[in-house]
Design a protein around this ligand. Sequence first.
Ligand SMILES: CC(C)(COP(=O)(O)OP(=O)(O)OC[C@H]1O[C@@H](n2cnc3c(N)ncnc32)[C@H](O)[C@@H]1OP(=O)(O)O)[C@@H](O)C(=O)NCCC(=O)NCCS
Length: 284
Amino acid sequence: MTTPIQNTPSTEPLPEVSDWWTTAISRIRPGEILLRGYPVEQLIGQASFPDMIWLMVRGDLPTRSQSQLLEAALVSSVDHGPQAPSIAASRMAATCGLGLNNVMATGVSLLGDTHGGAGQQCMQLLDDLIQQVGDDGDLDEAAEDIVATHRAQRRHIPGFGHRFHPHDPRRNPLLDLVADASTSGAVPGRALAAGTALERALAKGRSRPVPMNIDGATAIVYSELGFAPELGRGLFVLSRSVGILAHGWEEKSGGTRIKGPIPRRLLPSYNGPAPRDLQPEGTA
Ligand SMILES: CC(C)(COP(=O)(O)OP(=O)(O)OC[C@H]1O[C@@H](n2cnc3c(N)ncnc32)[C@H](O)[C@@H]1OP(=O)(O)O)[C@@H](O)C(=O)NCCC(=O)NCCS
């Protein structure tokens, strides 16, 4: 005779099960949603969306000036038009009948080291520069060394240069906010100093300076706020997701079906073999 299986839920939680996803982020129980210890009903209406990002990722609520700086950076990079591959790809995905979740995932999946990754790389560079210089070193000298090394290796400094903005319109407002926050003591100001030192070093001896771009400016903000470089990438993705959603929705609402990367009347250039006949087997 087989013993019947007990289906009654145990009142004693098994530690190896309940500890499987141990988390300090949230506690969810019937009728209770605690986020980093705060009941969600108290956060609703009191915490802004940037506050929530900070709370969830960092563990506690930001000060007002930290939250405002984070918000400014998130606002600045929401969109760069359909010429950005991530936006174009999400619009194409929308015309292929995908749901909005897959439309957004298509765009976000294109954000990698080359497209959308310069912010994280710039944060790492700023961090390295700050560490290298320490309290007494010469920031401008160290920045010039970095630029010289990159030039010798024919590498671009991440966060600088732009295909068509001679001056990125997002640079000044962001840097002005960081400068104000630094003056009031809300942020240390070291990343701002390091970023502008790199900018000066890049401009030295050139008639056409290499402007700081959005990735450089947001890298300064996120570094000043103490985010790890990899989180900088995550924050950029959060911000750009807004543009991806808007563009995906616009394209979906337009009703065009299966839109390719170039207008239909144009054909991609072909540089393969000239047309040739496949010889029947054994006749070659
Ligand atoms: C964005 C980018 C691809 C634009 O490139 P581009 O407009 O084709 O610029 P070019 O590569 O033709 O560079 C023009 C000149 O500026 C220099 N330059 C441009 N960006 C540079 C950078 N980031 N670091 C060092 N020098 C740079 C080039 O060496 C070149 O110098 P030259 O006139 O002496 O030959 C390029 O600046 C880059 O790769 N930047 C780093 C990555 C980055 O921040 N990406 C985010 C963009 S929003």
